[in-house]
Every structure is written in C-alpha cells, then in structure tokens.
Design a protein around this ligand. Sequence first.
Ligand code: ADP
Length: 273
Amino acid sequence: MQLSLSPTATLTSPPSAPQQTAVPTIAPLDRPLDLDREAAAPPPNLAEPSHPSMVQLQGVTKVYANGSPALAGVNLDVKRGDFLFITGPSGSGKSTLLKLLYGAERASQGSVMVDNCDIGQLRGDRLSLMRRRIGIVFQDYKLIPRRTISENVAFVLWAQGFARKEVQRRLTPTLKIVGLQHKADCFPEQLSGGEQQRASIARAIVSTPPLILADEPTGNLDADNALQVMKIFQKLNAFGATVIVTTHDERLVRICNHPVVQLSKGKLHWARQ
Ligand code: ADP
C-alpha cells in the first residue's frame, strides 16, 4: 500500500506534542485512486499503542442548560483502530455524544476520555491542541464558500502554523485520497454534494488525526455518493485511524460490516458487535 498514516508513534502522542514535527505523513499516490481496492487492503502493521482505548465514556449523562436530557448513563469503550457506527432516531443523542468527544459540550456527569485525555477538563489552548487530533465531518460540509477546495483544506494547516512547503506537501495526496485532485481550484458551489462532502473529509484528515468523527456525513447524499464516502472512511480506518460515524441510514449500516451501537432516548446499547 503506497498510502499510509504513519508513523504509529504520533498516533498515540499527547496533544501537546508539536504538530509540525510530530504529525505523520501521507505519501503521494502515483496512480488513480481505486477506492474499492484501497478499502479492501489490509491495515498496516501498527505498533502496539500505549493505551488501547481511543474513546472511553463512563457513566456519562448530559442535560442541557434548558433542562433537555440528551444522554443518560452512557458507557462506551472504542479501541484504537476501531470503526463504530452510532445509530438511533433523531433526538436520541447522537450529535451530543460526538460533541462531548470533541469538547463542544461537556458532560453533566461522568467522564469522557479521548486519546487518553479527559477532554471535559480541557480549556483554551489545551482543548484547541486536543481538537487538532480529531478530524470532524459534518452533514452540511461547512466549507468556506469563497475559497477554493485547496484553500478550504489548506486552511486547517495554515491555522496550525504549518510551513508553506509542508502545506503543499500534504495537500495533493490528501485531495487524491478523496478523489478530488482535479477539483482543487474549484469553489464549493461548483462541486456536487458528494464532492463537497469528500472535500470536507479532506479538510478533516489533512493533519492526519488519529480519530475521525463524522456526524451524519451521508445525510444529504444519494445512495451512490453515500457509499463512496463510507469507502473513504473505511480506507482511513484501514490506514489506522479510529472512525466513529453517526447515521440513521440503516441500509449503509447493513452494507458496511462494522460494530453498531444504538442510542434510544439517550441510552446506549450494542446493536451489533
Ligand atoms: P440526535 O443527534 O440523535 O438527533 P441530539 O444530540 O441533537 O440528537 O439531541 C438530543 C437531545 O438533546 C434532543 O432532545 C435535543 O432537543 C436536545 N438538544 C440538543 N442540543 C441542544 C442544545 N444546544 N440545547 C438544548 N437541548 C439540546
């Protein structure tokens, strides 16, 4: 496999590690991307991480300030390199669970550990540094309209202070992973919905985060584009990233044979292990 998220050591390094020197590289592809083949390829032989859990929730309850209950006594352990679906009807707490994982909300009770770090206790710069280690994909893409696809993706690296050369070195292979190298200079409105979502995935992974969170990433896509997006997540997972995807698309969950947890009124149970 010519494309890799390596070295492993940086997948497990603490959030305070300097990003410019520590983040792994994505080697360029010298052939067109074949998603089927890449997704089916075996994962690289990653060294044993210092801690096997990427995400650990213990007794997590979330009640919003207005009194709305969102999560109730949730326990969850996601190992490094796992791929997990979170399903459940609208309002069952899926987005809230992801927000706790990237520190946009805090638990009312219980602990939320991400990459060995109690994210609920982080503030300011430490939280920002931790978030750099999490790639987030949203249903509505959240691309900057007046910026090209290249700029949208590069923006993440500029914001983290990467040197111009390093930004260039990462940009092309990242766009190739999502099959958008030929759209680099287009603006978001010139792309289809599926392409925009793939651009947002490129933005999420350009700094090679070890954890990828996707909140209903296929919610606005037709079946073909949804499958293509899932294949990209599977490929990233095969390269060693831990991937957590919320969805209510049961067809997709059936096709992709990964473990599934289900939320129902804020309570979590395993639907497929
Ligand atoms: P899902 O992603 O499964 O649709 P959410 O996590 O968005 O569910 O919502 C779970 C519950 O929390 C719902 O009852 C919702 O109304 C409530 N909720 C979500 N966000 C907020 C918020 N910012 N303020 C108050 N209540 C919220």
